[in-house]
Write a protein that binds this ligand. Structure first.
Ligand code: FES
Length: 124
């Protein structure tokens, strides 16, 4: 019996819109990131699976950045109070705005948007 497979949709990624295709590694809007309660106030948390860093400088004020180091693409490794650090070559970024605090990276982490929806941080 020879049959053509009818269910070969790989990733479910259909053409959702024309243009605006992102070249970033950051997941699409609407992606759940994690629990708001896991992000310490005055610091932040790296969600490596989603490749997102979420910071919370003051309670309820969430900011998000790509977790992909702009130097050579490692996922940033830790947050030390005011700095997002990449262990690969020692770059560091500010938790306030993602700007470079220490090289070799020269470009800030791209920002993203997260929304706290009933305790769950969601991109977009
Ligand atoms: S990839 Fe992050 S410092 Fe080089």
């Amino acid at each position: 019996m020879i049959g053509a497979g009818a269910a070969l949709t790989a990733c479910g990624a259909g053409p959702s819109s024309s243009g605006g295709e992102s070249t970033s590694d950051t997941p699409a809007a609407g992606t759940p990131v994690g629990k708001a309660a896991d992000v310490p106030v005055g610091s932040g948390k790296i969600f490596a699976d989603q490749k997102v860093v979420v910071t919370q400088l003051t309670a309820g004020d969430f900011k998000a950045y790509s977790a992909v180091c702009t130097h050579q693409g490692c996922i940033v490794s830790s947050i030390d109070k005011s700095e997002i650090q990449c262990a690969c070559h020692g770059s560091a970024y500010s938790i306030k705005d993602g700007s470079v605090v220490a090289g070799p990276a020269t470009t800030a982490l791209p920002s993203a948007t997260v929304t706290d929806k009933n305790g769950t941080l969601t991109l977009g």
